[in-house]
Each structure stands twice: as structure tokens, then as C-alpha cells.
Design a protein around this ligand. Structure first.
Ligand code: G1P
Ligand code: ZN
Length: 542
């Protein structure tokens, strides 16, 4: 075996964002691009004698990148790599394998919900031994390393056969090729009442699960159809494809339109769900009713005790700052702690590790619990199924009862995509400068009670994260939040988060866009969106 040390030079821009390093696929396939970043990971976390998990969402370049990473792991002295068959692992399944096998972390190849293909997106991220995304201090160190790198190590060897489950080796490093689904499915079986869900399906309950030609297909078929007895064909778009069949695997009403149409059409199934490229996001829909992710988090928190894995109650609930406050109301009623963190799953890790929170969620179709350290799309779907099986009500009935009890947080997110970066930065800069003067102003008939740029002090390790989103709060409890996306690969995406609370009993059945209209106008005006960006309407509304 020969270890080659290859001379290289820093490549600009290898800075991990909200969730790892994401670039256009041709950029990642460029000369030394993947190699520089992977070497920087190993230089920061150390590889000698260690065990890592490796897998990805199966998008274009996934298979070849996996071979490069294996060769580099071997050259850097790793003892063992556990890799999903075919280099496939959903993000939550990878997180579980990292924890289950008490490994030293894992490398996940994914650009999540971004499209895949030769001209689309690719990504690489490192997860820590707790199974969660590397915290900012670690990703910063990796980025710094990419700016100083002079060489990387790689073994000269043929590709490892990843098509068959079993143990093999690469230049002295053990390579364990594992079934990507088995351990994850067993974990789910331990958390949920599969018997009750099976009985519900046997009783004629119908579901549609849209995996959007991405990684959850095999997981969904095995769990929903094979183990829970859902009718064959319940899972659609269930074969992962390198280009996701041309789909944009982002489970929201815009991109999962076929599912929405079916759920709002004649003869709709009882329950619908979709998941994203790497399986950590979810959207759930009832017959004729859409469940916003913020509401989903609140309903799951209020009902989690109905599932065996959470029968003893929750320790706390955490949500990202732009997520609606619906979950806070549940936490208050349950007498448990609630936490408000910056955007990005990595901020939940400490709360989960410290046992302060059991369930976490983001408005961006992410929900999860302390069973892994990533958000988990199928987990959320299964918890909903467990709740439906126990309560024996429709999704619409469960939501109506929830709002009657807690009030309703009308909520929407408006995304303005592919804005020129300088224009977006100028807009945010002007808004930040205007913040001190906003308090007390009356806009659209609503008095501004406060405005700030969200900063977070982690209650566990004391680390501070600043500039996490501008928020403007109104006296009536309404608010809007603006921040720029940290996961895009082209220009800037402005995210505008809008929220308004209705206590009930009246006014709980409005169309969210109508209920939010004054907040939307206030946000567009105060941030001077049209003036800076030329945009008068969002590209995506969720
Ligand atoms: C987006 C979501 C965020 C999520 C992240 C990774 O990040 O808004 O909630 O954690 O993707 O899935 P953003 O593009 O807003 O930085
Ligand atoms: Zn994802």
C-alpha cells in the first residue's frame, strides 16, 4: 500500500454554512476541492486510530466522493469506517450509527433539500461523536485549516466494493459496509407503538408518503409498507436517484405540490407526508389541511407522551428563534422548559446532550428528538402516525382542538431567492442601522414593542452567537424576523418570517396569508425590501 502526500494550495470559500460546506457540484468536483476540505476535517478532528461513519443522500457524485473520502481516511490513519451500502445513509440514520457504534464522528455527503445533479448542489459536513453537526468553533477551525492547507494524504488503491454488506478493508483500514436501513428501523420500532399503527393501517387508514426520489425511499418502504402494513404503493418516488428525478427535494407546499394536490383533492388519503434529499426534513398534511411545521412541533410536543418512547414526558422543548411560539405555549402548559435558539440544528445539540430538551423543531420543516442529534423526517411522520392511532381523530380535528386550547400562531415564511449578495447585504445593513429608532413607532396600526438582532448565549457551554436574525416585535404579539440564508449556493436568499397570535375562540380559521397581511406589509415597508432588492413578492411561500 502506498500513501501519497499530494501538494495542494488553499481554495477560497470553503466556509461551512448553516449545515456543512455546500457548493455547486462542478465546484466540488474541481481540482483538489473535495480533498482539501476532507483533509481539513481530518486535520482538525484527527483521524489516527479513529472510527468514522460515512454515507450520503445518494445525489450525483455521492458514490465517487465516498471513495475519495475512504482513501483519505485510510491514508490519515483511521482504524475503521462504517459506511452505508452503496454509500447511502440518511442524515438521521448516520447520526444514529455514529451514536450506536460509539464512533468518533461521521462525514455526511449531502446538500439536504437542494437539488442534485451534475449542475446542481453537493455538500459535505462533519458530525461529532454525539451524532450532531459540528459546532461553530469546529467548523470555523476547519475553515481556517482550508486557508492554510499545503498537502493532503490519500492511499493509492482501487475502489472499495460498497455494493455488498459486510466487512472488507482498505490499506489496513477496516471498512464495514452496513445496511443503511436496519439499525434506524429498529430504533423507530423502540420509540413508537408499531402495533397500534399497524392496527390503524389494517383498519383501512390510508397514507401517501412522497420521498421525492431522495434518500428516504428505502427507509419509508421498509418501515411503512413492510413493517407497519401500509398498502403497497403508499410510498411514492421511493427510489433514490442521483438527480432526484429532476425534483427539488424540499418538502414544502411549493415543491411537494403533487402531494398537496392529492391531499386537497377528491378521495384524498387520511394522511400525507414528504421528506427531503437527506431525510431530515418532513412535511405533514391531513386530508384537506396543511400542518405548518411550527404547529406540527407544538402538536407533537403536546401529544408525544402517547408514544412509548416519550411516555414519561418531555424534559423540555426547544425551537429556533424564527419558529412560531406555538410550542412555547405547550411547554408552559406542561410545566417544562422551553428554549429559543438560533437557526440551525447544531444549536440544539447541547440542550439534548444535557438532558434539558427532549423535542426540538424549526419552522423549516425540521423536527426531532433526543433519539439522534439531527432532525429526523421519518421520526416526525411516525410520531404523527402514533398520535393518530391513539387519538383516533383526523388531523383536522387534532389541529382544531389544539388551537382551541392554546390559541393559534398564524405563521408563514416568505423567501426571496437569488438576490444579488451586495443588495441583500445593503438591505440588512440599513435595517440593522434603523433598529434603535423603531421602538414606539406605529406601523399598519400596530405599535412596535421592540426590535433587535437576535443573539444567543448557549445555556450549557456559555458560547455566544450574535447577528442571528433581525426581529421586530409588535405590542399585540405579532412579529417578523429577517435573516439571510446560510445554506444557499447562489446569491443571497432573504427569509422573512411572519407571525401573529390569535387567542380564540373566534378567528382561528383564517387563511394564514390573510391573517398575516398587516405584518407582511409592515415587514416589506420597514425593511425597504422593494427599494433595495427590486422584489415586491416572494418566490416561495410556506
Ligand atoms: C435552512 C433552514 C434552517 C435549517 C437549515 C438546514 O437554513 O432555514 O432552519 O436548519 O436550512 O436544514 P438557512 O438556509 O435558512 O440558513
Ligand atoms: Zn435535509
Amino acid at each position: 500500500m502506498t500513501i501519497r502526500t499530494v501538494a495542494t494550495q488553499p481554495i477560497a470559500g470553503q466556509k461551512p454554512g448553516t449545515s456543512g460546506l455546500r457548493k455547486k457540484t462542478p465546484v466540488f468536483m474541481g481540482h483538489h476541492y473535495l480533498e482539501n476540505f476532507v483533509q481539513s476535517i481530518f486535520d482538525v478532528v484527527g483521524a489516527q486510530g479513529k472510527t468514522f461513519v460515512l454515507g450520503g443522500d445518494g445525489r450525483y457524485f455521492n458514490d465517487r466522493a465516498a471513495q475519495v473520502i475512504l482513501r483519505m481516511a485510510a491514508a490519515n490513519g483511521a482504524a475503521r469506517v462504517i459506511v452505508g451500502q452503496g454509500a447511502i445513509l440518511s442524515t438521521p440514520a448516520a447520526s444514529h450509527l455514529i451514536r450506536l457504534n460509539r464512533t468518533d464522528g461521521g462525514i455526511i455527503m449531502s446538500a439536504s433539500h437542494n437539488p442534485g445533479g451534475p449542475d446542481e448542489d453537493f455538500g459535505v459536513k462533519f458530525n461529532m461523536p454525539n451524532g450532531g453537526p459540528a459546532p461553530e468553533a469546529v467548523t470555523e477551525a476547519m475553515f481556517k485549516r482550508t486557508t492554510e492547507i499545503t498537502e493532503y494524504k490519500v492511499v493509492e488503491a482501487q475502489d472499495v466494493d460498497l455494493s455488498r454488506v459486510g466487512r472488507t478493508s482498505l490499506a489496513g483500514m477496516v471498512v464495514d459496509v452496513v445496511d443503511p436501513v436496519a439499525d434506524y428501523a429498529a430504533l423507530m420500532e423502540g420509540l413508537f407503538d408499531f402495533g397500534a399503527i399497524r392496527a390503524m393501517f389494517a383498519g383501512g387508514f390510508r397514507m401517501r408518503m412522497d420521498s421525492m426520489c431522495a434518500v428516504t425511499g428505502p427507509y419509508a418502504v421498509e418501515i411503512l409498507e413492510n413493517r407497519l402494513g401500509a398498502a403497497r404503493g403508499t410510498c411514492v418516488n421511493a427510489v433514490p436517484l442521483p438527480d432526484f428525478g429532476g425534483m427539488h427535494p424540499d418538502p414544502n407546499p411549493t415543491w411537494a405540490k403533487a402531494l398537496m394536490d392529492e391531499m386537497f383533492g377528491a378521495d384524498a388519503p387520511d394522511f400525507g407526508a414528504a421528506s427531503d434529499g437527506d431525510g431530515d426534513r418532513n412535511m405533514v398534511v391531513g386530508r384537506g389541511i396543511y400542518v405548518s411545521p411550527s404547529d406540527s412541533l407544538a402538536v407533537l410536543a403536546a401529544n408525544a407522551h402517547l408514544a412509548p418512547g416519550y411516555a414519561r414526558g418531555l424534559k423540555g422543548v426547544a425551537r429556533s428563534m424564527p419558529t412560531s411560539a406555538a410550542a412555547d405555549r405547550v411547554a408552559e402548559a406542561l410545566g417544562i422548559a422551553s428554549y429559543e435558539t438560533p437557526t440551525g440544528w447544531k444549536f440544539f445539540g447541547n440542550l439534548l446532550d444535557a438532558g434539558r430538551a427532549t423535542i426540538c423543531g424549526e419552522e423549516s420543516f425540521g423536527t426531532g428528538s433526543d433519539h439522534v442529534r439531527e432532525k429526523d423526517g421519518l421520526w416526525a411522520v411516525l410520531l404523527w402516525l402514533n398520535i393518530l392511532a391513539v387519538r383516533k381523530q383526523t388531523v383536522a380535528e387534532i389541529l382544531a382542538e389544539h388551537w382551541a386550547k392554546f390559541g393559534r400562531n398564524y405563521y408563514s415564511r416568505h423567501d426571496f431567492e437569488a438576490i444579488a449578495t451586495d443588495k441583500a447585504d445593503a438591505m440588512m445593513g440599513a435595517l440593522r442601522a434603523a433598529l434603535p429608532g423603531l421602538k414606539g413607532q406605529v406601523v399598519e396600526g400596530m405599535a412596535i414593542a421592540g426590535a433587535d438582532d437576535f443573539a444567543y448565549t448557549d445555556p450549557v457551554d456559555g458560547s455566544v452567537s450574535t447577528k442571528q436574525g433581525v426581529r421586530v416585535m409588535f405590542a399585540d404579539g405579532s412579529r417578523f424576523v429577517l435573516r439571510l440564508s446560510g445554506t444557499g449556493t447562489e446569491g443571497a436568499t432573504l427569509r422573512m418570517y411572519l407571525e401573529r397570535y390569535a387567542a380564540g375562540p373566534g378567528g382561528l380559521d383564517l387563511d394564514p396569508q390573510q391573517a398575516l397581511a398587516p405584518v407582511i406589509r409592515a415587514a416589506m415597508g420597514i425593511a425597504r425590501v422593494a427599494e433595495f432588492t427590486g422584489r415586491t413578492a416572494p418566490d416561495v411561500v410556506t
